[in-house]
Design a protein around this ligand. Structure first.
Ligand code: ZN
Length: 619
């Protein structure tokens, strides 16, 4: 009885810590119609499609459900069992790059980078997996501890635990970027201009399913038996494979807390650049840009690899994701539609877990391409969105007639910077930020392999106008759009009376005598003040050319709208034929004779006599 209780407790514990035992099935079956794939993809994890043959993985539940479909199926040996892996047991041995590190040596190797290059590299722990392992990322940049307005780019590997080529190549890329900084101009430029994040292994529970000391038991799924690359929320928030796993949440939080603009996720089992979308046959609005960016990678690896390398899916080494096979819940699509990042899926070796001795070859094939793809982040529109004081703003940038809801980009609120990669052309950008009217920036020209800088200021600085009033009567006007137009807040307690041609307001009069309801923009006023006073008001400067004042035949009380003094003949040039006389508080001017004053000044108002009705617009 006691033994049974302990057994039950142990089983419960196993469920709680997620250490459930499960079997991995790797198999192939033949399709009659590719349209069947969409349904099958909801039941098992499709890994590759070659003609009518489909290669797939399943856990126990998935396998049971798939068998009910009645396909003729052949079980295949686990891809991780093809070679018995050479494991390294020291950081130094790992850094020869022809072995696989144990889990502990992997962690030590990552931490050693930060120790050796503290100014260039930080190791960030994105969180702990179900199996208690770390998801580590190296952050590499000049001034690595200081946030800068630079494109944040992300390389990750081995979300499928048994696809280990990227794991080693990304570890080696970290090492090469750090050791080459300052001596290799290409690397130095990348590290200076970008914020580079590299996470070599995002599913260590899968890779080390057989234990921390070997990758020989590596599995595709996480410890719970979930394919993490089918586990991200769909574009509409629905889920593809049930509960979101710990590792998926960690990656989503990590992406949401950063501002990645360009990314790639390294896989194996094929050799191809797979670009969005994976979930739909509808082409991405940036399809041409995607094709070019993908070819940058594929052309390079085909040039540096042996004959036939990167041709397993297409001769040019690239494919639209859905055209190969449709999947839901993939990270690539989520990074695009949810994290506003341009991410591709890189399949870099037909053999998922290649012999360790061949890893240096894959490095030689891919090294130049890995740099070239990152360099794409230097091109396109590099913008900064700020408020009138120069503070960075959180904003969304969309291109009318081009973008849809899943392809807009956003600024990094910390610096206001955004990056919009585009094929060569001329584009109209709409910038939206809370609290500001949308701003359209037209005719932005994008050229190939060129950076287009763009600084955008939302709204305008408020303008301050100071107006000196004398005791007694004054003729005055405002040339700003007053935010608050109640008399008390503008004039204070010195105000005795204010009037225009026909209406009046006095704070001491009974309310029904006050016919002037409020201050109006671009009007002239008489103001009677009890003592000398300087008004100081704030608002947006009016555009003199967009305000027309209708004048009647005879005398008119007009405002003065330009922000600087101007000769009367210049200010009134548009109606000068009709002007008979201009009067200020204590002067007079006529076009033929001139007079006791000759300029009009901001803050003042004037009486103007015209011979016939006309519209006064200041220059
Ligand atoms: Zn994969």
């Amino acid at each position: 009885m006691k033994r049974l209780t302990i057994l039950i407790l142990l089983m419960l514990l196993a469920v709680v810590i997620g250490a459930k035992e499960w079997n991995q099935y790797y198999f192939k079956f033949e399709l009659l119609d590719k349209a069947e794939l969409k349904n099958i993809g909801r039941i098992v994890s499709i890994d590759n499609v070659k003609g009518n043959w489909v290669y797939a993985y399943a856990n126990d539940d998935e396998w049971k459900a798939f068998q009910e479909l009645g396909y003729k199926t052949r079980l295949l040996p686990s891809p991780a069992s093809q070679f018995s892996p050479v494991m390294s047991s020291s950081v130094a041995q790992t850094r020869l790059w022809d072995s696989y590190p144990t889990y502990e040596i992997y962690v030590s190797t990552m931490n050693a980078f930060a120790t050796a290059y503290p100014d260039l590299c930080q190791i960030v722990d994105a969180g702990t997996t179900i199996g208690g392992r770390k998801i580590l990322l190296a952050k590499i940049s000049d001034n690595v501890a200081t946030p800068e307005a630079e494109p944040e780019v992300l390389y990750t590997g081995t979300i499928h635990g048994d696809e280990t080529t990227g794991f080693i190549l990304l570890l080696r890329l970290i090492d090469t970027l750090l050791s080459g900084y300052g001596s290799d101009p290409r690397i130095t430029s990348l590290v200076n201009n970008l914020e580079i994040w590299i996470g070599p292994n995002t599913n260590p529970d899968g890779t080390y399913y057989g234990g921390n000391s070997t990758v020989s038991g590596a599995r595709r799924y996480n410890a719970n038996g979930y394919d993490l690359n089918r586990n991200f929320p769909n574009y509409d928030g629905s889920l593809n494979t049930g509960a979101i796993q710990t590792e998926t949440n960690l990656m989503m939080n990590f992406a949401n807390n950063h501002h990645f603009v360009l990314a790639a996720n390294f896989h194996g089992g094929a050799e191809v650049v797979n670009y969005p979308w994976d979930y739909t046959y509808t082409l991405h609005p940036d399809n041409n840009w995607w094709i070019n960016a993908s070819l940058v990678y594929a052309n390079s690896v085909q040039a540096n690899g042996p004959s036939g390398y990167f041709t397993s899916v297409s001769s040019n080494g690239i494919t639209n994701g859905a055209a190969w096979y449709v999947i839901g819940g993939g990270r690539q699509d989520w990074m695009n539609y949810s994290a506003h990042c341009r991410e591709v899926t890189l399949e870099i070796s037909n053999t998922k877990l290649p012999a360790a001795s061949t890893l240096p070859n894959y490095w030689n094939y891919n090294y130049n391409a890995m740099l070239s793809y990152l360099e794409q982040a230097n091109y396109g529109i590099h913008g900064v969105v700020s408020d009138p004081y120069g503070n960075p703003l959180s904003a969304t940038i969309s291109i009318s007639g081009h973008d849809n809801a899943f392809t807009t980009v956003i600024t990094d609120p910390a610096k206001g910077d955004f990056y919009r990669f585009l094929s060569p052309g001329t584009y109209n950008l709409t910038i939206s930020a809370a609290g500001y009217p949308d701003k359209v920036v037209s005719n932005v020209v994008v050229n190939a392999n060129t950076q287009t800088p763009l600084n955008i200021t939302m709204g305008e600085l408020p303008h301050y106008q100071e107006i000196s009033l004398q005791p007694g009567w004054n003729l005055m006007s405002f040339n700003i759009n007053l935010g608050s137009n109640d008399f008390e807040s503008v004039f204070g307690t010195e105000l005795q009376q204010i009037k225009n041609c026909s209406q009046t307001y006095s704070p001491t009069m009974a309310e029904h005598f006050n016919t002037l309801p409020a201050l109006q923009t671009a009007k002239g006023y008489w103001v009677n003040n009890s003592s000398a006073n300087t008004l100081s008001v704030q608002g947006q400067l009016l555009s003199p050319t967009s305000h027309s004042q209708a004048l009647v035949s005879g005398w008119n009380l007009v405002s003065y709208l330009p922000d600087s003094s101007m000769a009367i003949s210049t200010a009134l040039a548009g109606i000068i034929d009709r002007v008979q006389e201009v009067r200020s508080l204590n002067g007079s001017w006529t076009p033929s004779l001139g007079g006791s004053f000759s300029t009009l000044e901001p803050g003042k108002a004037y009486w103007i006599k015209v011979s016939e009705p006309c519209n006064l617009v200041y220059p």
